[in-house]
Design a protein around this ligand. Structure first.
Ligand code: NAD
Ligand code: TYD
Length: 339
């Protein structure tokens, strides 16, 4: 492994992964290929922009010709695919871009990997492909029961990955990550939205009864899990990647307010999300058997994350004061006015 193509590497987890890999492996070159949608941001990669082993390439994973060209030009031997439309609430507004990027784009990458004898392609997937589980933990062999258009598009992508491994013996691995939080996360997801709203003394719009459960994972632990599977996973392997930190949304919200030093009355219960999954919970013992474990407790990681947003408003304020405003009004305007 030497020349790694990181598709979607200007987004939240992808950019953290690029920094992690450049730091950990002094002989790897990291090529970020990203369309720079609303969620892609070169500010996420500012700390490595002068690194000789990093290069940014603007492009769409759906663009077959360009993907092939990039793989040829840079002698790519490994692909890690983060590129996706990634937000459930946006997929409920319209699923078109999700089908294109998550499914068609993954198909293009699989064909390109096959045509160029790429030695391994890693698909970054999600626990949401399983749907919701009220008791117990999802294991890798459990069936797909996706409930949102986002989850369905990620499940479709994964099925193609599986088929290319079975049919063409393409060397593939998949990680199914749980809800991730940390620096450089676009403020549409609950953690950065609630942290930055708290900093700005704005309401925290909590959906429904707030008793939905997610399994929280710090972004650095998500990156280290991908690293372990990329290097040690078996071809065709699928690995759950969960932090083992099940918390209700109300618990997470109260912790954020505590760490931010803000009052609980900022919490604003609003209308629930349609098709809202009640609980996600993963059994990550297969990945742990390869030597992976989270570096810090959930409490430490969340407190660090709150501090990061407190200290880095240069990063999130232009987003929230810019194009995010229209989405926020569309998503939350009526909900907050009637709460
Ligand atoms: P993100 O939305 O922050 O970033 C997505 C990136 O993909 C952006 O940089 C965007 O510009 C790029 N992109 C979108 N469409 C593209 C296209 N057609 N061609 C090239 N680039 C394109 O997402 P994230 O939160 O960093 O998630 C990364 C991956 O991890 C996704 O595949 C997501 O499904 C998965 N995942 C995310 C979480 C989470 O909690 N955030 C959890 C588990 C799995
Ligand atoms: P989110 O960060 O969108 O991740 P996902 O839907 O992929 O799990 O949401 C996490 C949880 O927080 C989910 O149960 C929905 C809830 N939520 C709110 O209550 N209010 C919000 O404004 C958002 C964005 C999410």
């Amino acid at each position: 492994m030497k020349n790694i193509l990181v598709t979607g590497g200007a987004g939240f987890i992808g950019s953290n992964f690029v920094c992690y890999m450049l730091d950990k492996y002094p002989d790897y070159n990291l090529y970020v290929y990203d369309k720079l949608t609303y969620a892609g941001n070169l500010d996420n990669l500012r700390s490595v922009q002068d690194n000789e082993r990093y290069k940014f390439l603007l492009g769409d994973i759906v663009d077959r010709e360009m993907v092939n060209q990039v793989i040829d030009d840079n002698q790519i031997d490994t692909i890690v695919n983060f590129a996706a439309e990634s937000h459930v609430d946006r997929s409920i507004l319209s699923a078109d871009a999700f089908i294109q990027t998550d499914i068609v784009g993954t198909h293009v990458l699989l064909d390109a990997a096959r045509d160029h004898n790429v030695s391994r392609i890693h698909q970054v997937s999600t626990d949401e492909v399983y749907g919701s589980i009220l008791e117990g933990l999802f294991k890798e062999g459990d069936p797909f029961e996706p409930n949102s258009p986002y989850a369905a598009s990620k499940a479709g992508a994964e099925l193609l990955v599986r088929a290319y491994n079975e049919t063409y013996d393409l060397n593939t691995v998949v990680t199914r990550g749980s809800n991730t939080f940390g620096p450089y996360q676009y403020p549409e997801k609950i953690a950065p939205l609630f942290i930055t709203n708290a900093i700005e003394n704005k309401a925290l719009p909590l959906y429904g009864d707030g008793l939905q459960v997610r399994d929280w994972l710090h972004v650095t632990d998500h990156c280290s899990g991908i690293d372990v599977v990329l290097h040690k996973g078996v071809s065709g392997g699928v690995y759950n990647l969960g932090g083992g930190n099940e918390r209700t949304n109300i618990e997470v919200t109260e912790m954020i307010l505590q760490y931010a030093g803000k009052p609980l009355d900022l919490i604003a219960p609003v209308n629930d999300r349609p098709g809202h999954d009640r609980r996600y919970a993963l059994d990550s013992s297969l990945l742990m058997s390869l030597g992976w474990k989270p570096a810090k407790t959930f409490e430490e990681s969340l407190e660090d994350t709150v501090k990061w947003y407190q200290n880095n408003d240069w990063w999130w304020k232009p987003i929230k004061d810019g194009e995010f405003k229209e989405y926020y009004e569309q998503q939350y305007g009526d909900r907050l006015n009637s709460s």
